[in-house]
Design a protein around this ligand. Structure first.
Ligand SMILES: [Mg+2]
Length: 274
């Protein structure tokens, strides 16, 4: 254990609420990302977004002046598609927006009106696309024999939109778990396999990585359970009461813009050692 050596080698950035918020970049986010790039510090953008594919996320970020290639973004549809190809034989029922379907190319998909015959039922973000008939169709698919695998594209409970806090994926998954008696396999934050896939892509150990997020549970709590350092930002869905839940982030920053300075301070103080 040699104090003073910098053992911090990788950063995972959440996107929504950290890098951008609605239709604008968080002030200073571009400069912060540029700094990590200039230092050659491996980083990956890990988002629970399933409302659009990575290509559309990259285009959105480019409109904010943020050049982030799709392969630098890890999202639940990507991890789920890999898992399905490996583990599921049979048709997949997708509850994701039309554009997100491109991440599942190559998988046999169940016709949109079928109420049985799914080997897996994948629940992503439908937002206002959810209605009783849609939720009930997912339920009927889950009740049909043989029972399919229920897959959750992350378990984010809510997120911040221009209109206010908004239901995300988890509440719908929990409703379906409750009715069907099945338990979802979670292939997004806060599940360990998602963080493990991200660290594997960067070639980093958990103890050598930071997770920067605006969600005290899904980003910070989950990452810290796995041995990463969680850095909470006071943007996006952050509320002061988040810090009263018994989860203590390694740092709380006003925004991602403060991250390079914090990083350098930790480094200079010899806070990180092998
Ligand atoms: Mg977020």
């Amino acid at each position: 254990m040699q104090k003073g050596t910098n053992a911090m080698k990788a950063v995972l950035f959440d996107l929504d609420g950290v890098i951008y918020e609605g239709n604008r970049a968080i002030s200073g986010a571009a400069e912060a990302i540029d700094w990590f790039r200039s230092q050659g510090i491996p980083h990956l953008f890990v988002t629970n977004t399933s409302s659009r594919p990575r290509s559309a996320l990259a285009e959105k970020l480019a409109r904010f002046g943020l050049q982030i290639p799709p392969q630098s973004i890890l999202a639940p549809p990507v991890v789920a598609a890999r898992w399905l190809k490996k583990n599921i034989k049979g048709q997949v029922a997708l509850f994701v927006p039309e554009t997100t379907r491109q991440e599942f190319t190559g998988l046999p998909l169940l016709p949109g009106n079928a109420e049985s015959g799914a080997a897996a039922v994948v629940i992503g973000y439908l937002g206002k696309g959810w209605d009783f008939a849609t939720l009930n169709r997912a339920f009927r698919l889950l009740m049909a024999e043989p029972r399919p695998q229920l897959i959750a594209l992350g378990m984010s409970r809510y997120w911040q939109t221009a209109e206010g806090l908004t239901l995300d994926v988890a509440p719908f998954v929990v409703a379906l778990e409750n009715a069907s008696g099945l338990q979802a396999l979670v292939l997004g934050k806060p599940a360990a396999p998602f963080f493990e896939a991200a660290l594997e892509q960067l070639g980093a150990k958990p103890s050598a990585a930071c997770m920067v997020g605006d969600d005290i549970q899904v980003d910070i709590g989950a990452a810290q359970t796995l041995g990463l350092r969680g850095i909470l930002v006071r943007t996006g869905k952050y509320r002061p009461t988040d810090l009263e839940q018994g989860i203590e982030p390694a740092a709380v920053l006003d925004s991602v813009a403060d991250l390079p300075a914090w990083w350098q301070k930790q480094q200079a103080a010899g806070e990180w050692s092998d």
